[in-house]
Design a protein around this ligand. Sequence first.
Ligand code: ATP
Ligand code: MG
Length: 335
Amino acid sequence: MQEQPLLDVKELKTHFHTERGRMTAVDGISFQVNVGEIVGVVGESGCGKSVTSQSILRLLDEKNTAAYEGEILFKGTNLLKLSDSEMRNIRGNDIAMIFQDPLSSLNPVYTIGYQIAETILLHQDVSKKEAYARAVEMLRITGIPAPEKRVNEFPHQLSGGMQQRVMIAIALSCLPQLLIADEPTTALDVTIQAQIIELIEELNRKHGMGVLFITHDLGVVAELCTRVVVMYLGQIVEEATVEDLFTQPLHPYTKGLMKSIPHLDGDKSEKLHVIKGMVPTLNNVPKGCRFAPRCLYADELCLEKAPDLTEYRKGQKVRCWHAERIVLEEEGQYA
Ligand SMILES: Nc1ncnc2c1ncn2[C@@H]1O[C@H](COP(=O)(O)OP(=O)(O)OP(=O)(O)O)[C@@H](O)[C@H]1O
Ligand SMILES: [Mg+2]
């Protein structure tokens, strides 16, 4: 029998009620994160990566704007069915999240030691003194120099990279079983970025923490993840192991993303390939395949009828009418 996935998202839809009517930012996505696995989520800006991660932790405003459909099973429990207090207990305890922008999530009026200790105290039965000692330890683990001193400083006294490490220290201070990292390194310089990725890898290896890693950066995906989900306009268009995705991407959109990676050893004069056209807005979703208006391979069928996400081969799914034909054509070209 296969082990139960840590996270099992089933046909999740997230709707927003806006002045312009109902918008479905996440439209029927299904994917899993297994224990000890690092799954990447990629896709252009606005495709629904952050809404997906916020939905998993139910951080959106359910009273006024957001509504969910589907199931989000965490170790078999549907998070969408939990009460507010049950959900609060899951957040930062079983599931932790690192946000896109560290400054907006740290409280400027409290020392970082207080903020980490507060998280620990909220979820674990320890004394204040122990919580502070643990906070210092977390800062040390996240690579902050002189943690005994830094623990008494305020967020603004730290550089962006340090703040991000504090966020990570907070997120990891309760040793979550699942970490959701939403572009945790975009604002950081490459050295710090590499260190943080190393740290996430280490915690994954040592503690078997499952990770959902959201990023624009396919280089990071190649380095860190075992499996990848590619999103386009609120849907999954491809899912594959990292090896399959990089050796044989199937969806024309994924192929476009791959070509947009600058190659260090490549011809410098080669133009950066950018996928033509704009992502349509949510209130103007194409009738057929959502990618068709930008796709080199699109024909009448694509414009008329939306394809389903189907298994192309074991472990690789694609939402494209012509995946098979495109593969055959490409193979023909190289024969
Ligand atoms: N609170 C909200 N109310 C209405 N629409 C929203 C809300 N939050 C996000 N959206 C819309 O949902 C869509 C998906 O946004 P999301 O932030 O998930 O994109 P993203 O993939 O994370 O992009 P980026 O790479 O820029 O972070 C966008 O069209 C966005 O405008
Ligand atoms: Mg985002």
